[in-house]
Structure formats: structure tokens, C-alpha cells
Design a protein around this ligand. Structure first.
Ligand code: VG1
Ligand code: CO
Length: 543
């Protein structure tokens, strides 16, 4: 097999965002587009000569083709061992697990996460480093710089490999191992979570539904929930990964997982409901009649993690992304452990996890995780919840309500304005930045601004500074508005408005979120002029 050196021209738009390079499928189908970016990644991997690389994706449209291309480029660029999930599949957390367990120098993960797939949907390529986590900014910057200057790529002339059979194949100077995508991950879960207790729970008649949303977690959930934990067949629905996710938006929230919501709010609700996203790193938790916000879920897991064997020693600390509700901070304060506030995106948790400063962390966007891997992990969160349910034998909704009574309730919602004109969205943010200093002391819709700033983060481990991560407006009434632009959208700009209000009084924990947040919504509108600037009367999605 010969290595071909192919001349190419750079594409100017290969800049990784919050989570890798994400574009519409037709963009990735341009000749050399994939090859350029994969070569740019490979060029930025130090010590690749003789090293191990992990490759896999969420099974969406283009997954198989891009896996084949990636294998051929990796084999032509010095890697000696390449691990790839059978069928080209690996969930994001499983990829992180495999990288760590097998001492790989990194991994190339093909996914656009919760974005829709199919010929007109989205595709994505991201790089994870040797700790198993998303590449930090200096690495993504290096990849982008390389992609802008690329003049050639190296690729092996070889036929497609059979990805459906477990085993080893020689590819040029490299060996490709097709591995079971679930094995290592399931073993890790079994080492952290009390499987016997959960098995006893299911044996006692406990029922749940896990909606894999026709995405990558299906095989993982079937193996772990149904086979190893004894949940009845049919517990996992939409379990087969489909290239277009059955035409759905594989985003586990009350809007896109409405079948699950209907079931859980109806008369036949099982004891527990959960869902995961396209690449398996997000989770949604629903108790009968009660959606658990990701911020509450993080706080509840932090307060109860010691019930699972992997966390019996307690937590070193916790972290949340800045727009995530402050519920977990209250748990940390009571436990006397540090709580960190980071910019949006899992890569910012990496240093804290590596340094042992935190054990658990999470984001409002349905991401929860721990130091077991370096990605957020959907199924892990579901298993930790099941562990808590099995250990306490309390109903899920009861656990949530007791938590509110104990710590107070953080009412929370996110309003997304999708596919807004990019210049208008930038204009809105800039106008806000320009008047931040004038806001404190002013009142809007009955709320008085206490502080307002543009969030900047100094990493406590390496001292690096990341600026302009979103506008925070804190009100005296213990309410907060955060505004930022998405770094994962693929069309125009997406404005995210995060709204929250803390309510300590248990007598007021049963109100509708929209009602409690109405003044906060009105204040955000008054301050940011959202309607006029975006030309939208209402958000595209409220979660
Ligand atoms: C969104 C979420 C963020 C998450 C990111 C990747 O980013 O807000 O919390 O880390 O998606 O998640 P943005 O920049 O669009 O707000 V996933 O499940 O795509 O790996
Ligand atoms: Co995801």
C-alpha cells in the first residue's frame, strides 16, 4: 500500500467552535474538506509517531465514510495503532474512556452532537487529547492555523476496511483494531455504580423508559440497562442508531424528547424517565410528572453521589459552566467543598478534573459528568440517578422536592433565538457590553441590577485567561440573566438567554416556572432589546 501526497487548498472556515468543527453535511462533502481538517488535526498531535489513536462517531450520515478516510490518513501519518468502534461507532464518553484506558495520544470523534443529521443535517469532527477530553483552546487554535495554511495531505491508497467485524487489520504501517464500542465503557460504569443494588431495584418491579432518540446510546443502554441490570426488554426505546436519527432532533429536552415527556406526564408514567443525545454525552432526567432541570440534577447528584461506590469518599469539589443555575453552589457551600464557575464547553473542566480539584461538574445544557472520563456522560448520569434511587428507595420526584426544601429552588429556563442574523446578534451583544457599567442600580420590570459584567475566566490550574464568555446580569432579588452567542450553531447566530430566580420559601416551590420567571424575562427584554434587535417576537425554543 502506498502513501499518496495530495496537493490541496485551504478552506478558510475550518475553525473549531464550542465542540469541534460543525457544519452542514454538504460543506463536509466538498472535495478535500474532510481530508484537510483531519490532516490539520493529525499535524497538531505531538508524539504521534508509533502512538495509538482512537476513532469513532455517533453513526450519523457520513460517519462511515469519514471514519474510513480518517483511518487512511492516520495510517499514513505515523500512528502505529488505531482503535475504532465496530460499525464506526463510539459515543463521546466511550471515546474518552477508550482513549484513557488504552493510553492513546488522542481521539478523533465524528459528531455534531444534538444537531439533526442526514444529507441536509449537520456533521462534525472533534479532537480529544490524551486525557480523553476535548482539545483545549491552544490546541484548537493550532488546528485552525494549520488548516488555514495546509498545502497537502497524506493518505494511504487502500480499500475500505470491514468495520463490522471485531478484530485486527493491517493498514499500511499501522494496525487497526475494530473494538466493541460498549465493552470498556460498561466495565467502567460497573466499577463506579452499585449494579447489584440497581438490579435489585428492577427485580422489585421498578420501571423506567430510556429514550436513545435513534442515536448512539442505544447499544450502550441495551447492554447496560437491559442485559446487565435486568430492566425489562423494551425499557430502551429508539435504540437503533440511525443516520438521520429518524428525522428527529436528537436533543434530550422537553421540546425534542416530547414522546418521553408525554409518557412521563401521563397516567401510565413509569417510575423514571431518561434520554440522551446524538453522541451520548447529554442526559435528560424526568420523574413522573416532573422534569428535572439539568442544574437541579447536577445539584442533586452532587448531594447524593456518596451513595455510589465510585464516590463513597465524597467529592473534592464541583464545577458548573457560568450560565448553569447556582443550585450546585449551594450544595458545595454546605459540604464545605469548592465550587468553580467556568465558561461554556466541557474543555474548561479538563484542567480542574486532571488536577483533582473537582469530582463532579455539569452544564445547563443537559451535560453532567465526573472525573471518570473527560467528557460529559449521559448514561453515567442516568446510572448515578438509578444508584441514588436504589439506595434511598425514594421516588424520583420526592428526592427533587426534598432537595428544594433543603436548599431552596432555583427556577430556571433557557430561551434560544436560533438562526438569527449574525450581525444583528453581534450588535445586540456589543450594545450590551457598551452599557454594562451603567446598569447597576437601575430597575427593570421591578428588578434592580446589582452587578453586570462580561464573564472572563482565569483557569486556576494553568492561569490562562478566556474573555468575553457571556454577559451576566445579577439582580438584587436573587435573580439572574445571562446572554451569550452559541458556538455550535451552523446557520447564522443563535442567541441564548438564560433566566433564573432563587426561591428559598418551600411554600412557593410549586409554581409554574414561566410565572416565576416572567419578571426576569421582562427585565432581559428591557435591558437587551431582544425583540427589536433579532426581529423575533418569541424564542425559537424554550427549555
Ligand atoms: C452548547 C451548550 C454547551 C455544550 C455544547 C456542546 O454550546 O450550550 O453547554 O457544552 O453545546 O455540547 P453552545 O456554544 O451552542 O451554547 V454537545 O452535546 O454538542 O457536545
Ligand atoms: Co452531545
Amino acid at each position: 500500500m502506498t502513501v499518496r501526497v495530495v496537493p490541496t487548498q485551504p478552506f478558510p472556515d475550518q475553525k473549531p467552535g464550542t465542540s469541534g468543527l460543525r457544519k452542514k453535511v454538504p460543506v463536509f462533502r466538498q472535495p478535500n474538506y474532510v481530508e484537510n481538517f483531519v490532516q490539520a488535526i493529525v499535524d497538531s498531535v505531538e508524539g504521534r509517531e508509533g502512538a495509538t489513536l482512537v476513532v469513532g462517531g455517533d453513526g450519523r450520515f457520513l460517519n462511515r465514510e469519514v471514519v474510513q478516510t480518517t483511518l487512511r490518513i492516520a495510517a499514513a501519518n505515523g500512528f502505529s495503532r488505531i482503535l475504532v468502534g465496530r460499525g464506526g461507532l463510539l459515543s463521546t464518553p466511550a471515546a474518552s474512556c477508550v482513549i484513557r484506558k488504552h493510553g492513546a495520544v488522542g481521539g478523533i470523534v465524528l459528531s455534531a452532537s444534538h444537531n439533526p443529521g442526514g444529507p441536509d443535517g449537520d456533521f462534525g469532527i472533534k479532537f480529544n487529547t490524551r486525557n480523553g477530553g476535548p482539545a483545549p483552546e491552544p490546541v484548537t487554535e493550532a488546528i485552525y492555523a494549520r488548516a488555514r495554511a495546509i498545502t497537502e495531505y497524506r493518505i494511504l491508497d487502500a480499500p475500505d476496511l470491514d468495520l463490522d467485524r471485531i478484530g485486527e487489520v493491517v493498514l499500511g504501517a499501522a494496525t487497526v483494531s475494530v473494538i466493541d464500542p460498549v465493552d470498556d465503557y460498561a466495565a467502567l460504569m460497573e466499577s463506579l455504580i452499585d449494579f447489584p443494588a440497581i438490579r435489585a431495584l428492577f427485580a422489585g418491579g421498578f420501571r423506567m423508559r430510556f429514550d436513545a432518540m435513534s442515536a448512539v446510546t442505544g447499544p450502550y443502554a441495551i447492554e447496560i440497562l437491559e442485559r446487565r441490570l435486568g430492566a425489562p426488554a423494551g425499557t430502551v426505546v429508539n435504540a437503533e442508531p440511525l443516520p438521520d436519527f429518524g428525522g428527529h432532533h436528537p436533543d434530550p429536552n422537553p421540546v425534542h424528547a416530547h414522546d418521553l415527556m408525554d409518557l412521563m406526564t401521563g397516567p401510565d408514567a413509569p417510575d423514571f424517565g431518561a434520554a440522551s443525545d446524538g453522541d451520548g454525552d447529554r442526559n435528560m432526567i424526568v420523574a413522573p410528572g416532573l422534569f428535572v432541570t439539568p442544574g437541579d440534577s447536577l445539584a442533586i447528584l452532587a448531594a447524593n453521589a456518596h451513595r455510589a461506590p465510585g464516590y463513597a469518599a465524597g467529592l473534592a469539589g464541583v464545577a458548573r459552566s457560568m450560565p448553569t443555575s447556582r443550585a450546585v453552589d449551594r450544595v458545595a457551600a454546605r459540604a464545605g467543598i469548592p465550587a468553580f464557575e467556568t465558561p461554556t464547553g466541557w474543555k474548561f473542566f479538563g484542567n480542574l478534573l486532571d488536577a483533582g480539584r473537582i469530582t463532579l461538574c455539569g452544564e445547563e445544557s443537559a451535560g453532567t459528568g465526573s472525573n471518570h472520563v473527560r467528557e460529559k456522560d449521559g448514561l453515567w448520569a442516568v446510572l448515578l440517578w438509578l444508584n441514588v434511587l436504589a439506595a434511598t428507595r425514594e421516588p424520583a420526584a420526592g428526592i427533587v422536592r426534598a432537595h428544594w426544601r433543603d436548599y431552596g429552588r432555583d427556577y430556571y429556563a433557557r430561551h434560544d433565538y436560533e438562526e438569527v442574523d449574525a450581525a444583528a446578534a453581534e450588535g445586540l451583544m456589543q450594545a450590551l457590553r457598551d452599557r454594562l457599567d451603567t446598569l447597576p442600580g437601575q430597575s427593570f420590570a421591578g428588578l434592580t441590577v446589582e452587578t453586570a459584567d462580561d464573564f472572563a475566566y482565569t483557569d486556576p490550574v494553568d492561569g490562562s485567561v478566556t474573555r468575553r464568555q457571556g454577559i451576566r446580569i445579577l439582580f438584587r432579588e436573587d435573580a439572574r440573566v445571562v446572554l451569550r452567542l452559541s458556538g455550535t450553531g451552523t446557520v447564522g447566530a443563535t442567541l441564548r438567554v438564560y433566566l433564573e430566580r432563587y426561591e428559598p420559601d418551600p411554600g412557593r416551590h410549586d409554581a409554574r416556572t414561566a410565572e416565576i420567571l416572567a419578571p426576569v424575562v421582562a427585565a432581559a427584554e428591557a435591558i437587551a432589546d431582544i425583540r427589536a434587535r433579532t426581529g423575533r417576537d418569541a424564542p425559537s425554543v424554550v427549555t
